[in-house]
Write a protein that binds this ligand. Structure first.
Ligand code: PAZ
Length: 310
């Protein structure tokens, strides 16, 4: 009998850029040296289209801060990073320079016939360190960024990345911070064209998205260190839901967080223990990001796991 997750891949055809992205992931993985660890970071929310020619969609909340910041800290810890992110959500390095603020850091310089764009003198100290880290990660082949928009694009990319990561065994860490919708409209039940208001208010019936953590942990990357995230708005549900996920999928850790406090508090829930990371107000004022602490803990745990895999 075909499982629900297999059914999903049968009924949702590969996205247009799938082969190209798969090749990018394969090429990237092939160039990661034998001693380097690798992490897949997923980031941002998935969109659920309501029409094939999509005008409207249901979205999942996520700015991409967690994923993009974490990707930078993993690079600092010498990991190769595959960053799968929702298009237009935050990206590593770029996140430090948003919108008009970035243009305000630049100047146009004319010398004779030559016109160039330069970073203003008083902005060099903020641009240079970030640019240097970015260039060094890219030039060394340690960072690959690939975007998705819809749930289906995300799930196809996730599986393609896992297929490559399988060969890394316990050297691979999966850091699944993307906010993936639990509900969707299956492709074969979606209207082709934009829904028309003349037809009256539509009744939209969403179905449950198959839980991909199950094949991911058991079949796709059985030797990897898998960390998932759990976002809740009700504190009373947070830890029991995280424990429930661990018991069901048998992966290594669930990082539990509440929507409004996620930037300064997370709970790392493991099969037999749990620990909290809380940023003090002094740390927040000093610009310390909670992701630096999360990644530091994970790197240690991943190293330990590699020595004594369980
Ligand atoms: O992207 P962001 O920094 O705004 O938020 C991060 C987060 C809350 C999406 C992430 O920490 C998380 O919990 N992701 C999993 C969400 C879920 O339960 O599906």
């Amino acid at each position: 009998m075909t499982s629900q997750w297999e059914e999903f891949y049968v009924t949702h055809s590969t996205p247009a850029d799938y082969e190209e992205n798969k090749k990018k992931i394969n090429d990237f993985c092939r160039n990661v040296s034998a001693e380097r660890k690798i992490v897949l970071v997923t980031s941002g929310g998935t969109a659920i289209p309501l029409e094939h020619n999509t005008v409207r969609f249901v979205d999942n909340f996520s700015a991409g801060t967690r994923g993009s910041a974490s990707a930078e800290y993993f690079l600092e810890m010498n990991y190769a990073v595959i960053f799968i992110y929702r298009l237009k959500s935050l990206e590593p390095f770029v996140r430090h320079f948003m919108g008009q603020e970035f243009l305000d850091m630049l100047d146009v310089r004319k010398e004779g016939d030559v016109t160039s764009v330069v970073v203003k003198n008083d902005c060099v100290s903020s641009v240079l360190p970030v640019l240097t880290r970015y260039k060094s990660a890219k030039e060394a082949g340690h960072l690959l960024c690939i975007s998705f928009t819809s749930l289906s694009e995300y799930l196809w990319l996730l599986r393609a990345a896992c297929e490559c990561l399988a060969s890394f065994g316990s050297r691979a860490l999966l850091y699944l911070a993307a906010a993936v919708s639990d509900f969707y409209i299956p492709s074969n039940q979606m209207p082709v064209h934009k829904m028309q208001s003349e037809a009256g208010a539509p009744t939209i019936s969403l179905q449950l998205v198959p839980k991909m953590l199950e094949p991911l942990v058991n079949l796709w990357v059985p030797h990897a260190y898998v960390v998932s995230f759990k976002l809740e708005t009700d504190e009373g549900l947070l830890i029991s839901k995280a424990r429930g996920a661990l018991a069901k999928y048998k992966h290594k850790m669930v990082i539990a967080n509440i929507l409004h406090t996620r930037k300064h508090r997370v709970v790392l829930v493991m099969p037999t223990t749990s620990s909290e990371i809380v940023l003090s107000s002094e740390e927040m004022e000093a610009g310390i990001e909670i992701e630096s602490k999360i990644v530091a803990v994970l790197v240690k745990r991943h190293d330990f796991f590699r020595v004594e895999p369980i």
